[in-house]
Design a protein around this ligand. Sequence first.
Ligand code: M6R
Length: 608
Amino acid sequence: MCGIVGYIGNKEAQNFLLEGLSKLEYRGYDSAGLAIYNGEAISVQKTKGRLADLANKISSNVMKGSIGIGHTRWATHGKPSDENSHPHLDGTEQFAVVHNGIIENYMDLKEELIEKGHVFLSETDTEVIAKLMADLYDGDLVSTVRKVAKRLSGAFALGILSKHEPNKLVAVRMASPLVIGVGEEENFIASDIPAILKHTRDVYILEDGEMAVITEGNVELSTLDGAEVNREVMRVSWDIETAEKGGYDHFMMKEIYEQPKAIRDTLAGRIRNNQVDLSQEIGLTVEQLKGIEKIQFVACGTAYHAGLVGKYVLEGLARIPVETDIASEYRYRNPIVDEKTLVVVVSQSGETADTLAALREAKSKGARVLAITNVVGSSVAREADDVLITWAGPEIAVASTKAYTSQLIVVYLLGAYLAKARGLLSEETMTELVTNLQQLPEQAEKVLAQEQTVEAYARSIAKHHNLFFLGRGLDYAVALEGSLKLKELSYIHSEAYAAGELKHGTLALIEEGIPVIALGTQKAVLDKMISNIQEVKARGAYVLGFAPEGDNELKKSVDEVIYIPVTHDLLAPVLTVIPLQLISYYACQERGYDVDKPRNLAKSVTVE
Ligand code: M6R
């Protein structure tokens, strides 16, 4: 996720901007840049790479001036490069803009601006904002910003500097975070509190649809419609480490809570007129989509579990045979692949060595490769034929959470898109799926609200050495993910079983008091699932059941229940996994282990 900083005051802006950006490094970035008004013009320096590269560049050409904006970019539209780095300028260099978020209608705006003669230098969505500022400039910076904001759809936090009114900075927030720091004879803008904490603890947190006009001695808040906003300054008591984690104790918890937003962002721009539309991202023609004879999901760990869900979803919706492979096994099993095979590699980091090797194997055998990844410009993204980005933002905790749910969202979108292209999805089913998809962020929030119940359960099972997860169909796929999460965080041994398979051997392990988590969200197999629960209950298991809200059956067979909001069966995994993530988190905490950095594990596994 990009980082924004801004400074206006009586000191050299460059110092704060570089230092502030360094405090946002934990958000992840691939390039950085500053724009500072030097008394005559806006000077810009930016580069692909680390902040140290930018500081190096600047050291030979110091940037003078006491008003400026800075940015660390985490590539979304366009690869990491000097040109795509922020800040972006309009053609006459009157306006400089830094942006965090995604402008969904940037293609339309870009076309319109090109027709009017604006020349674009980057592949970014952000550059349209700088060009729009120049295009709509009416002699007043603030009113122009309001006009520009009205033309944008999507998520945007903006820092804007103008040569026309160099005594002010404008900050705008729409669905991407932004705070204003209030100092003495200096004020600040930042994406996140750690950037300003060394200078001030007094902040305004902007709300969606609000803007701030900041001068050296004043901060004025208003809505984008022009209404005044009166808000008390908030005094931050967090230390810098807590601030980086957004007030949470760990990155993992922050990322668990970011899931409603990650789902929203991953859906954004991909549903038009109630239809899933991936045509701007996938180069395959309808004829090619119709010609796919087989799909292979290939991935590791959590991403592999997303691929397992993919099998159910794509076979269910698009009626194409799907295999899901562990990447490290794939190329050694001599897979049957040809040009009619679509290989879907799934990777949060886009750098996992096994996944990359599998991608190359598939390509060498003639398959078309589609990547689902969270990192624009990653190796997997560069080498695949088509890419669908999961807009989860950087995931820092080793245990994957928001990346997984975002991967599921992309899988659903892909399933609906393929099914539609192949003439297998009725308008009615498409509408049902789209409606249910759009409800997921709010439903995820509802699930998160059950945190306390989940915590109590997790702490109670933390003393056990073994645990079982049971599920049927998609619940089995989620059970595997829940079990992986529990193992990697709490080091409790657990196994996930297809509930019907238990009696073929593993039932022998069920004994008095053993915790069993039984997922019963799949309505079509609920009765069978209840029978399986009774099998373990009869042997003394203590069962936590997951049931759809309104359930009156499953709850009779279990010791405790977690309720999952009602959705389309295919979409349930997005909601079911959240309490499982929380159980792992709290079991880990109860056992006193490191939540964000489990032993023996790395965030990105770049060796085979
Ligand atoms: O970056 P990737 O998605 O390719 O990583 C794959 C796995 O290493 C990863 O999902 C791992 O299983 C998770 N950290 C588990 O939480």
